[in-house]
Design a protein around this ligand. Structure first.
Ligand code: NDP
Length: 295
């Protein structure tokens, strides 16, 4: 039997419609819109695309956005000044520091400066620390792993007690993903580039989160029959017969996995649309919390 496809686009569209309704109620009630402030430094081409997509998504649901665009030569002091300005701006409820920052910038110092209340990306060391601690809850959780959790729920997956394998341990995807699954009572194994015999871990996994950034690397036969597979990987591969000359594929050999998995996400159309949706949701949440505090 073929695996059920978990349609991230449809789930994201439904959540965005709901966010748009709540944003318009918020505006009616308070007389202003939730606001997102973005700090972007350097000339990393994909970052410019991501920021454009995020701004467009904000606009569609009624969230305002401003971008502090800075050059690759920006200094630490300039980046920090931009963050402080957004921290102090009452019309901004969420701040996003687009990563990567230029090499010369101390990323942790910059992220630590973001006001906890406005940390809609969930990357502030205190929010990440709370995510890893029992009985503590971060104000915000990172968008991509949060989107994966929503997709697991949508697919009706029982997370508590499940064996989950996260392939990848990056600060933005793999590690917070593992922490979120632990909080949800899964038994979690984190695999990475030094893991010996990855297939032996995957064979035991009821849930697989693939976030290695390697095209079609995870083979269908490595999976446990019936496993739920969330493919975060977004990799460009040459496709000379297409207009763009490339296409995006996931970390999982999708066609082979379809015959083994119980449920699986596609790339594109899986995790990608969820990531921006979770950012919108966090920004609305930040504005609601700020309005409540000032009442
Ligand atoms: P990173 O490059 O920061 O991390 C990749 C991780 O995968 C590392 O921990 C690395 O291990 C591990 N890894 C690399 N090769 C292997 C291997 N052969 N076996 C096991 N583990 C391996 O990437 P990101 O976490 O930022 O992103 C991962 C993927 O997700 C990318 O394709 C990216 O484009 C995509 N992505 C998609 C998003 C979306 O919204 N859909 C959002 C963010 C990312 P080690 O630590 O040992 O180096």
């Amino acid at each position: 039997m073929k695996a059920q496809i978990i349609d991230g686009r449809a789930v994201a569209d439904r959540i965005r419609d709901q966010i748009a309704v709540e944003v318009s109620q918020f505006i009616e009630q308070h007389g202003y819109a939730p606001g997102l402030g973005v700090v972007m430094a350097g000339d990393h081409a994909p970052s410019a695309t991501y920021v454009r997509m995020k701004r467009r998504a904000c606009e569609r649901v009624g969230i305002t956005s401003v971008v502090h665009e800075m050059t690759a030569n920006s200094t630490q002091a300039e980046v920090e000044a931009a963050i402080r300005k957004l921290n102090d701006d009452p019309t901004i409820h969420g701040i996003l520091v687009q990563l990567p920052l230029p090499d010369a910038i101390d990323e942790e110092a910059a992220l630590t400066l973001v006001s906890l209340e406005k940390d809609v990306d969930g990357f502030h060391p205190i929010n990440i620390g709370r995510l890893g601690q029992k009985g503590r809850d971060p104000l915000f959780t990172p968008a991509t792993p949060t989107g994966c959790m929503v997709l697991l729920e949508e697919a009706g997956v029982e997370i508590s007690g499940a064996n989950a394998v996260v392939v990848g341990r990056s600060n933005i995807v793999g590690m917070p993903m593992a922490l979120m699954l632990i909080k949800a009572n899964a038994t979690v194994t984190v695999c990475h580039s030094r893991t010996q015999d990855l297939p032996s871990y995957l064979k035991e996994a009821d849930i697989v989160i693939a976030a290695a950034g390697r095209a079609h690397f995870i083979q269908g036969e490595w999976l446990k029959p019936g496993a739920t597979v969330i493919d975060v990987g977004t990799n460009r591969v040459d496709a000379p017969d297409t207009e763009r000359g490339y296409k995006l594929v996931g970390d999982v050999d999708f066609d082979a996995a379809l015959d083994v998995a119980g449920a699986i996400t596609k790339v594109p159309g899986g995790v990608g649309p969820m990531t921006i949706t979770m950012l919108l949701q966090n920004t609305l949440k930040a504005a609601q919390r700020s309005a409540q505090k000032s009442n």
